[in-house]
Ligand binder design. Structure first.
Ligand code: UD1
Ligand code: CA
Length: 482
């Protein structure tokens, strides 16, 4: 089978329309820089060499590509003299013969099957050059495909150089090309910059190739959305929405229920088993994996989270954590990195958990903060309990055993340990370990000063109600004191 000898990604443009400190090709779609999508689409074609042309001073892009795609050759185009010039620079020291694929670094929606199909057709036709074209609703700004009387490609004319008849053509140049490298090299040598932009246009090589008696063909693609470019923030959002729909479609086809695909954002690489249900307004990102039967959302954000079978996470934010099978989270829980919820654990409303393990079937149902703790199985943490893990300088650990009952509004001053089967009294400030089977009581004993309101708040509504209830101001007795 014929093979691709070289692939070139053109990414030296300034991306000025993005109005950003970040280079255009590093802006993200579905959790990955635009240029990654392009390179990933090329990868299955297994080109002998991949070259990426970047502009001078683009260290961020260079660094990123080195890190993410170490096998790639980076070529620096010192001066931005046009796409033809960029390819000239890219070909220095590259293969002399064979086939080269050239495309722009700002078209994140191109797919490998489309590129493969383009390559296969180009190869089957046995031509020297091919451009991938598309018929678009609004061709403004694109190079137009001018076909001769034989319907064959005769030239590509840029918007700025086109006459009024040419501007009516709705078949455009997608910026994806295949060339016989030797034919391309000689055509590039003949490029002129006598055009509206004063640049060397790569698109002019087709006319030169034909003039040299070699063949050029235009191949129409079936889906124009694949070739959309992300040149500004609005196009970036358009591309992101198309990518979102594609990702959601593929999950739905494999058995995931997505109630509202327009408000569900799932990054590439997220794994979701069949029979998971995702409610509106949810976002799943990074290395997230969700097992079958789990229910996510509405309005839930998961970043690098493993969710076990049948778990439910409602209106919550979870990052870098594990939610065990059949565990229940939310609404309104905030689960921070390093948290492990074992099977059947429950984390309820307004609970924040950080770097802690909650054992099987244990519950933190309401209004608590759990930090740097290990909690055994079958334990209940009463409402509004705070794990006081920070002494102002360092963080400390709390250890809670199995089948413990922590009373509501307990302060657990770490480091501290509560043994298996122990209790704490509600409202306790626990500074000492509580041995297994004991109850830790650490709060002031209550005293009632009888008649206080009648004496000190005489004439108030409270005093009036108290009097009706039979209270008298005569006594100064204090209940609860010896
Ligand atoms: C280009 C095509 C146009 C086509 C369109 C498809 C030319 C002359 N025009 O126009 O026919 O319809 O793409 O999207 O090629 N670049 C460099 N170095 C340069 C100039 C550009 O690396 O000196 C890179 C850019 O980063 C970009 C790509 O080449 O990734 C295309 O350049 P751009 O300026 O975006 O060209 P368009 O005006 O979109
Ligand atoms: Ca462009």
């Amino acid at each position: 089978m014929k093979q691709l000898d070289l692939a070139i990604v053109l990414a030296a443009g300034e991306g000025t329309r993005m109005k950003s400190k970040l280079p255009k090709v590093l802006h993200q779609i579905a959790g990955r820089p635009i240029v990654d999508h392009v390179i990933n689409a090329i990868a299955p074609l297994q080109a002998q060499e991949l070259r990426v042309v970047i502009g001078a001073g683009r260290e961020l892009v260079e660094e990123h590509i080195h890190l993410q795609f170490p096998a790639t050759t980076i070529v620096i185009q010192e001066q931005r003299n046009g796409t033809g010039h960029a390819v000239q620079v890219a070909l220095e020291g590259a293969a002399e013969i064979g086939t080269v694929l050239i495309l722009a670094g700002d078209t994140p929606l191109l797919t490998a099957p489309t590129l493969q199909e383009f390559f296969d057709l180009h190869t089957a036709l046995g031509v020297d050059s091919s451009v991938l074209t598309a018929v678009v609703p609004d061709p403004f700004g694109y190079g137009r495909i001018v076909r001769g009387e034989d319907e064959e490609l005769s030239a590509i004319v840029e918007e700025r150089d086109a006459d009024s008849l040419e501007r009516e053509i709705d078949e455009i140049n997608t910026g994806v090309y295949l060339f016989n490298i030797a034919a391309l090299r000689s055509a590039l040598a003949g490029l002129k910059s006598a055009n509206a932009a004063g640049e060397f246009y790569l698109t002019d090589v087709f006319a030169l190739i034909k003039a040299a008696g070699q063949s050029a063909t235009a191949i129409l693609s079936s889906d124009f959305t694949e070739t959309l470019g992300a040149n500004d923030r609005s196009q970036l959002a358009d591309c992101a929405a198309i990518m979102r729909d594609r990702i959601n479609q593929s999950h739905m086809r494999s058995g995931v229920s997505i109630i509202d695909p327009t408000t569900t954002w799932i990054e590439l690489g997220v794994e979701i088993a069949p029979d998971v249900t995702i409610y509106p307004g949810s976002a799943l990102s990074g290395a997230t994996r969700v097992e079958g039967g789990a229910v996510i959302g509405p309005r839930t954000t998961l970043e690098d989270v493993v969710v076990g079978e049948g778990a439910k996470i409602i209106e919550s934010r979870v990052s870098k954590s594990v939610v065990g099978a059949a565990a229940n989270v939310g609404p309104f829980a905030f689960i921070r990195p390093g948290t492990i919820l074992a099977a059947g654990a429950k984390v309820g409303a307004y609970v924040e958990i950080k770097n802690s393990t909650i054992g099987e079937g244990s519950k933190v149902p309401h209004l608590s903060y759990v930090g740097d703790a290990t909690i055994g199985s079958g334990t209940n943490i009463g409402a509004a309990t705070i794990f006081v893990n920070y002494d102002g300088v360092e963080k400390h650990q709390t250890k809670i055993g199995d089948d413990v009952r922590i009373g509501s509004d307990t302060m657990l001053i770490a480091p501290v340990t509560v043994g298996d089967g122990a209790y704490t009294a509600a409202g306790s400030v626990i500074t000492e370990d509580v041995p297994a089977g004991s109850i830790g009581v650490a709060r002031a004993k209550q005293r009632n000063v009888l008649g206080w309101v009648l004496r000190k708040r005489a004439g108030s509504k409270s005093a009036e109600s108290a009097r009706k209830a039979g209270a008298s101001d005569g006594s100064t007795k204090v209940q609860g004191e010896a």
